[in-house]
Ligand binder design. Structure first.
Ligand SMILES: [Zn+2]
Length: 408
């Protein structure tokens, strides 16, 4: 350890402590920022002597990181960056604060993957999916796949990649060691053309895809997701019982288990038992009651996330669709037209959030019976009956409803 790094770590800890004392927040980000200012090489220093896994992708980073931490924790202490602190500062803070764990799992915001990987030299990189985060960032998806591919080119890190996502598969295929997982891809709108040559991809019903022009195709799968189960490379079927809803989370579990097993030799059943014990993942779902009614609040941050959330939504239950369009949500709500709200037909819906008018128009065209309500509490009150209610909300709308439900 260099003297500069020791100083940087101490300065970061002091700054984080002061920030907490003065009530300016958790202190994690400011601590990491100060550490990096004092020693720009601090991330590499903090990673020295550790076996790290990086987890990246548009959707499911926090869930998959949590799953992999659970699987690896069956062996000993694991350092990780909780709270969505997935930029350089948060990652640096996590690694400098925990000095003892030899193993770590870090979620990394997609554009930062190359920088973080070159600094920490991970044992494993887990790649989930790539889709547009907000409409404004649509053009970035192919570019992101390209910078991932460049970063992995010739890398000896073991890459655990979702083979069902053509952008991920193209990026990962540049690495020398890849474990291919058929983790599923519910949202295909952002990968209709071949990332290598631009040809339209042909898809089959089994999730396969192929470019006739250049031959790029889904690689042969090492791990596969089947209805409620994971099939390992030996062909053994493992039932998956998660507390978290949705087929997409079975795919996330498959990627986490494949990483834990392939790189750290954790037994598949032991990993799955640890994952099954996780009751919920921070900030994604909330199950509670509101005035005596069971309420389930689900976050959907982008079109792919909405598509998944609609799929895991319960039939027959009144549903609040809450959409805002602040900076954190993406200012342009025209993505509403790309999301299959037709799936809500036959249910009673409440169009809500700051963009409730846009939601109402979209629901009308989708043929969904609905009312429009501005206020969050009023939206909940407008749900028919006295049974369970579901709320599907984008980023800042989720925060609003979480507060309403907590204050109730
Ligand atoms: Zn092609």
């Amino acid at each position: 350890m260099t003297a500069r790094f020791a100083l940087a770590r101490a300065a970061g800890a002091t700054a984080a402590g002061l920030s907490r004392l003065t009530g300016r927040g958790g202190g994690t980000t400011i601590g990491g920022r100060v550490t990096l200012l004092v020693d720009p090489n601090a991330l590499a220093q903090a990673a020295t002597g550790r076996e790290l896994a990086l987890v990246s992708g548009t959707n499911g980073k926090t869930t998959t990181r949590t799953f992999l931490v659970a699987a690896l924790s069956t062996r000993g202490a694991v350092v990780s960056n909780a709270g969505g602190a997935n930029l350089l500062t948060g990652i640096t803070a996590a690694l400098t604060t925990d000095r003892t764990s030899k193993v770590g799992v870090l979620e990394v915001d997609e554009p930062f993957l190359p920088r973080v990987a070159s600094a920490v030299r991970p044992r494993a990189v887990v790649l989930l999916n790539l889709s547009r985060d907000q409409l404004d960032r649509y053009a970035e998806v192919r570019r992101l796949a390209g910078i991932w591919r460049d970063a992995l080119d010739g890398s000896e890190t073991t890459v655990i990649a979702n083979a069902d996502d053509p952008l991920v598969a193209w990026a990962a295929s540049a690495a020398t060691s890849v474990v291919w997982v058929g983790a599923g891809q519910g949202w295909t709108y952002d990968s209709t053309s071949c990332p290598a040559c631009g040809d339209i991809l042909r898809r089959d019903r089994a999730g396969g895809w192929r470019s006739e022009q250049c031959g790029l195709a889904r690689p042969p799968l090492d791990w596969q997701v089947e209805e409620g189960a994971i099939v390992d490379p030996r062909g053994n079927r493992h039932l998956v019982e998660l507390s978290l809803p949705g087929q997409v989370n079975v795919g996330n579990a498959a990627l986490a288990v494949a990483a834990a097993n392939a790189v750290w030799d954790v037994d598949v059943e032991i990993a799955l038992a640890a994952i099954a014990a996780i009751p919920s993942v921070e900030g994604r779902y909330l199950e509670t009651t509101y005035r005596g009614r069971p309420v389930r609040l689900l976050l959907a941050k982008n079109p792919a996330g909405w598509s998944e959330t609609l799929r895991m939504s319960r039939p027959d239950v009144p549903v609040v669709v809450a959409v805002n369009a602040r900076a954190a949500d993406g200012r342009d709500p025209s993505w509403l037209w790309d999301v299959p709200f037709e799936g809500l037909r036959g249910r009673h819906a409440i169009a809500a959030g700051e963009r409730s008018r846009d939601v109402a128009v979209r629901l009308r065209y989708a043929g969904v019976d609905h009312v429009r309500v501005d206020d969050a509490a009023a939206a909940l009150a407008a749900a028919h009956g006295s049974g369970p209610v579901e709320i599907l909300a984008n980023y800042t709308a989720f925060q609003t409803y979480r507060k309403v439900l907590r204050d109730a």
